[in-house]
Design a protein around this ligand. Sequence first.
Ligand SMILES: [Zn+2]
Length: 258
Amino acid sequence: MRKRLLTLAAAAGLLAATVVVPAAPAMAAPTFKVPFKCGQAWSGQTRTNHSPAYSIDFNRTDDLGDPVVASAPGTVDRVTDLGGTSYGKYVRISHSGGYHTYYAHLNGFNVSVGQSVGYGSVIGYVGSTGGSTGPHLHYEQRLNGSDIQIRFNGALALYWGTKTYTSDNGCSGSSGSGTVNTSGTPLTVRSGPGTGYSSVGTVADGTRVTIQCQTTGTTVTGTYGTSNIWDRIGSGRFIADAYVHTGYDGFIPGVPRC
Ligand SMILES: [Zn+2]
């Protein structure tokens, strides 16, 4: 937030807000990115006889062994080898809001179950394991278990056909920063983007924070006004943007949505 609108009354409001425990709010879709390193161009194919239907198969020249990168921040919840059938070696990542991403036919793994990953995190390597006839990455996005049409940076993938996708995943400048301003009171850090999530610590007034991504959650009135934007400052660590000086009134340009 940018405008300083409120002072001591707002700080008192913070203390009151922290004891209110509403239901956890619905969360927006994460900002998914192309699952390869920053700047790489990959050919992505969709086809009506694919299983599941909305999957993308990615290729580029000599792609065997190329690193595969997490599409969005999340927690690895499967690192599985199905042998010579189906996905073969695959990784699944759990994201906020009931979303999962799948990365299949991998040649090898670079993560383990329970690991937190962010943009640019290498999770494995392109291979041809399972029911695959040549090296490629089979990639899926799912919501509450159901195959969904894939989006990168909010833009729908090409259905049906083949298109070149250039990655901006993990490119520098994709995080932001800000300074906590509470007029003295430590700011509560929550496990999710809202006052209904559990407290997982505090940050002191004046702390400079790195903002990995931003999302919407419960509305909070703070030092810089009233806002429903929450800033992710670590894995499972969110603070209300209403108390953070970022130089912007809304979302910070270039910083992804969580
Ligand atoms: Zn496939």
